[in-house]
Design a binder for this molecule. Structure first.
Ligand code: EPU
Length: 428
């Protein structure tokens, strides 16, 4: 198996450039299925989730050509089946976007139920509620979801929980429905706006993305388009947290600072200096971190996908901090691993309490999911001695060239094979 081996204790200095947003890319790639022409998608992150999604599209029949590391040309016209049930689908959560996209294109879709990071129950009832409102009949059998809609008709949908996936999936089907669809209590994450912008570039009529009411007027035809994906808010936040943890001074480039507001606010509260530029933020930490309380919430609240990375900051801040998970049922499994490194924290349901400690010590730990893996990397960068982070397939799902990027700002980290150790379990 491969691991990341880190020798911690070095402050980070220099510049790091952020890649395209994973959670936008994994929705925009399936959206290409709706196009009646060739699409060129730019600023794709080089991560395994994107590679898997491109392979799924290829397996469906699309012609995919990489024009460079980060640019894919995709011709979805040869796709002639609404059935996507291969093993690859189970490897990632976002494969569920193919339900909306295939339904929009063929009025039917059969897609294997998704995998992805495991942090509690991950139902898709709100997606199915949306498809039902548009006229889709859903059945689940043998691990596949099948939705059929003889006619897709615009409708008024009120989501019972604010769901990123349901909001985007309903948008994907509704752009091809007859008439107007209104999604109320919609999610507002930057990647929702990015998907809407891409669909609008293809000729869709979506208004209100980024607010909690999205209006979609259906259209018969969507054309090919060239589109550049937004920078990854969570990758940027992860590097900001890394600098806050180790101390130092780093310019995080190719970001949209507005998307980082909630992360910046918490870092400033903890005594980290942030300077904003048009497309970059400078992160500087010279003093000890101050304690604070954080609760994760849907956008524009503090993102759940930054919760584990900030757990590490609270673990080394002065005093007692409370971290509340407001989105997922069970996203504190990484704390068990952090305890091996000297972190003092207790967990009760969705609340973790950290008693800040002055230093961490290196240990052998395992990622339990993508952002847990990111947290362990940050802990390793802080810890005295050697840290070995295992199960790095999770980290490869969402962080492009993480070793190169961290090494570039002064970290001592390498990817090393450990042939004698057990292979990691496959990504779910
Ligand atoms: N929920 C339902 N029913 C549904 C859908 C969601 O009850 O039909 C609940 C979930 O159980 C959860 C909450 O609603 O408690 C929010 O889930 P959401 O649907 O927003 O999450 P998701 O779309 O499955 C995306 C990201 C996650 C990120 C969440 C929240 C992708 C591929 N994944 O998941 O990202 O945590 O939104 O922002 O976009 C990650 O990148 O590490 C990651 C896990």
């Amino acid at each position: 198996m491969e691991k990341f081996v880190i020798h911690g204790g070095h402050p980070l200095y220099g510049e790091v450039s952020i890649s395209g947003a994973k959670n936008a890319a994994v929705a925009i790639l399936p959206a290409v299925v709706l196009s009646e022409g060739v699409c060129v998608i730019e600023n794709l992150p080089k991560i395994s989730d994107v590679a898997i999604m491109l392979q799924i599209l290829t397996d469906l029949g699309a012609k995919v050509r990489m024009l460079s590391d980060s640019v894919a040309e995709i011709d979805p016209r040869p796709i002639s089946t609404p059935v996507a049930t291969g093993e690859l689908l189970k490897k990632m959560r976002a494969s569920y976007y193919l339900i909306g996209a295939l339904l929009g294109r063929f009025n039917e879709a059969e897609v294997a139920l998704p995998g992805g990071c495991d942090f509690g129950t991950r139902p898709i009832d709100q997606h199915l509620k949306g498809f039902a409102a548009l006229g889709g009949q859903a059945t689940v059998r043998q691990g596949n979801v099948r939705v059929e809609a003889p006619v897709l008709e615009g409708s008024h949908i009120y989501l019972d929980v604010v769901s990123v996936g349901a909001t985007m999936n309903i948008m994907l089907a509704a752009v091809k429905a007859k008439g107007m669809t209104v999604i109320e209590s919609a999610a507002k994450e930057p990647h929702i706006v990015d998907l809407a912008n891409f669909l609008n570039t293809m000729g869709a009529d979506i208004r209100g993305a980024g607010t909690d009411v999205i209006k979609i007027r259906g259209t018969d035809h969507l054309t090919g388009a060239t589109y550049s994906i937004i920078p990854d808010q969570i990758e940027a936040g992860t590097y900001m947290a890394a600098v806050a943890a180790t101390g130092g001074d780093v310019l995080v480039r190719n970001v949209i600072p507005k998307h980082l507001d909630s992360i910046t606010a918490k870092l400033e509260e903890m005594g980290v200096e942030i300077e904003e530029f048009d497309e970059a933020v400078r992160v500087r930490r010279t003093k000890p971190l101050r304690r604070c309380n954080i609760k994760t919430m849907p956008h524009p609240g503090f993102p759940t996908d930054m919760q584990p990375q900030f757990g590490v900051l609270l673990a080394i801040a002065n005093g007692t901090s409370i971290l509340t998970e407001g989105v997922w049922d069970n996203r504190f499994r990484y704390i068990e691993e952090l305890r091996r490194m000297g972190v003092q924290a207790s967990v009760d349901g969705k609340i973790a309490v950290f008693e800040g400690v002055p230093e961490l010590s290196g240990a052998k730990v395992r990622s339990t999911d993508l952002r847990a893996g990111a947290a362990l990397l940050i802990a390793g960068l802080v810890a005295k001695g050697e840290t070995q982070v295992g199960s790095i397939v999770y980290i490869d799902r969402g962080y492009e060239n993480v070793v190169e990027k961290l090494t570039g700002i002064g970290a001592d980290i390498e990817r090393r094979a450990f042939p004698d150790e057990d292979a990691v379990p496959a990504v779910r």
